[in-house]
Design a binder for this molecule. Structure first.
Ligand SMILES: Cc1cc2nc3c(=O)[nH]c(=O)nc-3n(C[C@H](O)[C@H](O)[C@H](O)COP(=O)(O)OP(=O)(O)OC[C@H]3O[C@@H](n4cnc5c(N)ncnc54)[C@H](O)[C@@H]3O)c2cc1C
Length: 445
């Protein structure tokens, strides 16, 4: 097994296929997309691409934790890749507050930056849950790498796939799948939770648009060359003027400004962006004028499942790191410390909560793939997974005593990294607002 995965990790060097495609191949489904998307009995929505119309009413229900063969192979391959390639660098990248460029290169080589991009555009042509599985497995080792893959795939690639013109797709998707990192630029100094109160403006000109203003908190912005930017094209219409654009790094007037120093996910870049009369061609309009707010809501609803997967993977990584220590290494009072009942009950409780978070994540992902309404499920998954990540990673520090508190292993890093789950892609209060609003609608006669 080990040698086949080692081979899977070196596709570009040998002119082979990427890890994601090999995951499909290993599972015996390296076939044309249409054939691969056929419903198989193992999973209700196993290999469905998100936009496929499908009737799932006749499919026998399976456990929510069940993965299709493709997804299971993806999980195994990404886990191996994360442990072999990312784990040795995770501590140093955190200390340096920098993403190692070779890690980014290898994410592309392994096909992890184009999971849902169809093969005709150079991607792996896999389903949404496969991306979720990859994000979870990466976070189990390094949540910073995980969020790079998450934002790139679930927000940026999806935005282009759903709303991009054929020109934009042909120009950018092959690059996004193979060598170009993407950023999603919505938040501003004045507009966080109230995202549509943005001040960045767009003006239509004879041959395109001019963008003026600034963004804040933009993930991947040091590494990215492709930016999806939301700006108001018609402020008189309020949020109905918000429009999405594509801006390329290097466009005159576009500046990547201050890089934030953060508590957690420190290897992930987060910057302020400035737009000083940035001129872009008309082809860089993403979708329709005035539809940007709808696109942002829809993309973030999906993206939240990715953050929930990141938090679930983080919780499991923190848990595993600590239980290996208490059940193998550390003895006090003549016993392994993990043998004391006071410890075992906390461990059992924590694992139960991780499993519950995971069930919420996969249920939301499956509902999205099945074309069902998943907004409440995504909000619940993100809310709960980030709570579990914070709680379990905090306990894991305590289980390891002083060894959990020092910046040598990964215990304290997982705990610091967990805080972001309650903040980005909608704070926990915003998730609660969404859940409560939808419940009230459901229960109001
Ligand atoms: C590391 C990091 C990476 C990020 N990456 C990106 C990115 O790539 N792209 C991007 O566009 N943005 C990004 N963000 C921005 C992120 O989405 C916002 O930080 C988030 O939406 C919260 O906005 P805010 O920070 O302005 O907090 P605020 O909106 O000021 O919220 C402050 C507090 O008020 C509470 N609050 C606000 N409104 C309500 C309400 N109606 N009801 C109850 N409580 C409320 C919040 O829950 C929070 O506790 C990132 C942020 C961080 C920290």
């Amino acid at each position: 097994m080990s040698s086949s995965f080692t081979r899977a990790l070196r596709p570009a060097l040998r002119g082979g296929r990427c890890l994601a495609q090999r995951a499909a191949a290993r599972s015996g489904v390296a076939r044309p997309i249409a054939a691969r998307n056929a419903i198989r009995p193992l999973s209700t929505t196993s290999s469905l691409r998100s936009d496929d119309p499908v009737d799932i009413s006749e499919i026998p229900p399976t456990p929510i934790s069940h993965l299709s063969e493709v997804e299971a192979a993806m999980a195994e391959a990404v886990s191996k890749f994360a442990n072999d390639v990312i784990l040795p660098k995770a501590r140093d990248m955190d200390e340096a507050e920098t993403m190692d460029p070779t890690v980014v290169e290898q994410l592309f080589e392994q096909g992890l930056m184009g999971v849902e991009i169809p093969e005709e555009y150079g991607g792996a042509g896999m389903n949404f849950t496969a991306a979720i599985v990859g994000i979870e497995e990466l976070a189990r080792v390094d949540p910073s790498v995980s969020v790079m893959v998450d934002v790139h795939n679930t927000l940026c690639n999806t935005a282009l796939l759903k709303y991009g013109s054929e020109h934009l797709k042909r120009t950018w998707l092959p690059r996004l799948a193979t060598n170009t990192v993407a950023s999603f630029c919505l938040s501003e100094p004045v507009s966080g939770s109230d995202a549509f109160a943005m001040h960045t403006k767009a003006t239509e000109t004879a041959d395109g648009f001019t963008i003026s203003g600034g963004k804040m908190w933009i993930t991947n912005s040091i590494e990215a060359d492709f930016f999806i930017v939301f700006a108001n094209l018609d402020p008189a219409k309020g949020y109905r003027g918000i429009t999405a654009f594509v801006i390329e790094k290097g466009t005159p007037g576009f500046e990547i400004a201050k890089k934030e120093k953060k508590l957690g996910i420190r290897a992930s870049s987060t910057c302020v962006l400035n737009f000083d009369d940035v001129k872009i061609p008309k082809e860089n309009l993403l979708g329709e004028r005035g539809q940007g707010y709808k696109y942002a809501i829809s993309l973030l609803n999906e993206g939240r499942i990715g953050i929930a997967a990141q938090m679930t993977g983080l919780a499991l990584g923190a848990f595993e790191n600590a239980v290996r220590y208490v059940w193998n290494d550390r003895r006090q009072f003549g016993s392994l410390v993990g043998e004391f009942q006071g410890m075992q009950h906390q461990i059992a409780q924590s694992y139960t909560e991780i499993a519950a978070a995971r069930a919420l994540v996969y249920n939301a992902a499956r509902k999205k793939e099945a074309g069902e309404d998943f907004v409440k499920d995504a909000a619940m998954a993100k809310l709960y997974a980030s709570q579990v990540a914070g709680k379990v990673s905090g306990l894991a520090v305590e289980w390891m005593g002083g060894m959990g508190f020092v910046r040598e292993g990964l215990a304290e890093k997982f705990w610091r990294d967990s805080k972001i789950g309650a903040i980005y892609e909608g704070t926990s209060n915003i998730q609660l607002n969404t859940i409560a609003k939808l419940l009230q609608k459901e229960y109001t006669s």
